[in-house]
Write a new protein. Structure first.
Length: 540
């Protein structure tokens, strides 16, 4: 059991974030902007409250038919593209945020959206490209929470985009490998990210953005993707900075339920095909996307919906790559977590016996040490320990990323934070915890709305307004210069100065690493796993 972003308990917090309103395809009462010329053709957006917004620009050809489970192909258009409607969400089970109003879904989903404050030709504003979370199986760039209007008003161009999900985004299979010129399969979601970032590099100047000053920022699974992009040779040179919120792919290749090796991923894909009665790649492609996603999401085959080390997109695991090749990660990095990540990631009830068994299965010889620090002698204690252990797992992944980067010796900057302000709405206020996703409304400047009952939870204290302004300024300062600091803001020290953190709480102040005992144990677990894996692979 992985007490991290990939746990089933993530559904709880995503259901909470369903409060973020209804997806709007076209906002009423807005004026059309004059068309602008891009390298791909003319495109027209809309003027909206001082910004120009472009929705649903295709960055790749639809991955349908025989293009399913292939790398994304370039696309263009004729005439003027009316960019006033989001692309459908990529096919998934449930909604982009479970419990939220249903979104239109399609395999024809590879579109991006742009919010720009640029007013004249030739502006070179910093660009922020967002990667949504959702367990690699859910998410959408059209979700209201992720709109870029709040950040764009701080003087940056904001881009969001869709990437393929679940088995449509990650399936590896021997027949897919055989048909690939690179002899690889899987990782289509990462290839989508590379295609979108390449589109930004080639086209964003037409929207007032600086193609040489791009920041990738992602939360949850989006943070995992950001770390994978730092390690992928295909993404080198496509961005200058990274912001990772709550997670990173810091495990070791071949670990159970973490990042499978190519052969493991192919075996999982073949087992999945067999489980649904698909005897060939042609029969897999003949199945509907809805059927594939439903069966893939329900499957318990390990590694099915995860990236794999296939030698092309990801030559090695992220941890090893960033630890040994400083130039691969030649970017500025800012990362952080919520103080009680696991409070909204682990669902109740939790059975003590099941919890203890899962800890022993995962941590083997170290299990007794884990159960001493994270005991489960009763159901209630097991639930609390599982939540703390989930927080420790996210903290280990996120701040291991920061430590590796700060020690790379390439002269690039590293910053870390912890978000401990408890938002004034459920489930955070109910649990009295800054759980997974708590910082998102502050970063994007959009407090939640429960549209079904016309109820809103606005900011209830001056501190919430203040904190939103601070975080948006830190985030955009970092995107502009690689340094989040600025006039009027509390000083944010570099992470390399003794793992220094900034704590976003009832005040903005120096912070401490959450769950230090747990993160130390998880580090010991991974050191033991790597040593055993190395011994098994060594010639005898």
């Amino acid at each position: 059991m992985a007490y991290g972003i990939r746990t089933g308990g993530l559904i709880l917090v995503l259901a909470a974030l369903a409060f973020y309103g209804v997806r709007a395809l076209r906002a009423p009462g807005l004026s059309a902007a004059a068309p602008i010329r891009t390298p791909l053709g003319l495109v027209r957006g809309t003027h909206e409250s001082g910004l120009t917004v472009y929705r649903g620009i295709p960055y790749a050809a639809p991955p349908i038919g025989n293009l399913r489970w292939r790398p994304p192909l370039p696309t263009s258009w004729t005439g003027t593209l009316e960019a006033n409607q989001f692309k459908p969400a990529c096919v998934q089970v449930g909604g982009a945020l479970p419990g939220s109003p249903a979104e239109t879904m399609s395999e024809d989903c590879l579109g991006l959206n742009i919010w720009t404050p640029a007013r004249q030709d030739g502006e070179k504003l910093a660009v922020m490209v967002f990667l949504y979370g959702g367990h690699f199986t859910n998410g959408s760039s059209s979700t209201r929470l992720y709109w870029g209007d709040g950040l764009a008003r701080k003087g940056v161009v904001v881009v969001t985009f869709n990437y393929r999900l679940g088995v449509l985004g990650w399936l590896a299979h021997p027949e897919l490998t055989a048909e690939s010129p690179r002899h690889v399969s899987g990782n289509y979601a990462i290839l989508d990210c590379v295609a979108a970032l390449t589109w930004v590099k080639n086209n964003i100047a037409a929207f007032g953005g600086d193609p040489d000053n791009v920041t990738v920022f992602g939360q949850s699974a989006g943070a995992y993707l950001a770390s994978e992009l730092m390690a992928s040779p295909l993404a080198k040179g496509l961005f200058a900075r990274v912001i990772g919120m709550s997670g990173a792919d810091m495990g070791t290749a071949g670990a159970p339920d973490d990042m499978p090796l190519k052969a493991q991923a192919e075996a999982s894909g073949a087992a999945f095909a067999q489980s649904i009665g698909a005897t060939s790649l042609a029969s897999l492609r003949a199945l509907s996307a809805k059927t594939l996603m439903a069966r893939g999401s329900a499957s318990e085959i390990p590694g099915l919906n995860l990236p794999n080390i296939e030698g092309f997109v990801l030559p090695r695991d992220v941890n090893s790559t960033l630890s040994t090749d400083a130039q691969t990660a030649n970017v500025d990095l800012m990362v952080g977590i919520d103080a009680q990540e696991g409070a909204t990631m682990v669902g109740a009830p939790m059975e003590a016996n099941k919890y203890t068994r899962q800890v022993r299965e995962r941590f083997g010889g170290l299990a007794d040490r884990f159960l001493t620090s994270f005991p489960g002698r009763s159901d209630r204690e097991a639930l609390a320990s599982a939540a703390r252990l989930a927080t420790a797992d996210v903290a280990w992944r996120t701040f291991t990323w920061a430590r590796i980067h700060s020690r790379a010796g390439n002269g690039r900057r590293t910053y870390g934070y912890v978000f401990s302000r408890v938002p004034p709405w459920p489930p955070f206020a109910t649990l009295h915890a800054a759980g997974h996703g708590a910082e998102l409304p502050y970063v994007f400047g959009f407090p939640p709305r429960l549209a079904f009952f016309a109820v809103t939870w606005p900011w209830r204290a001056w501190r919430d307004f203040q904190l939103t302004g601070e975080m948006q300024t830190y985030w955009t300062n970092f995107a502009k210069t690689g340094d989040p600091n600025g006039n009027g803001l509390p000083t944010w020290p570099a992470f390399g100065q003794g793992d220094a953190l900034l704590d976003f709480s009832d005040s903005t102040r120096p912070g401490v690493l959450p769950e230090p005992a747990g993160t130390a144990l998880i580090e010991a677990h991974w050191q033991e796993y790597r040593a055993n894996a190395l011994a098994e692979r060594s010639p005898r």
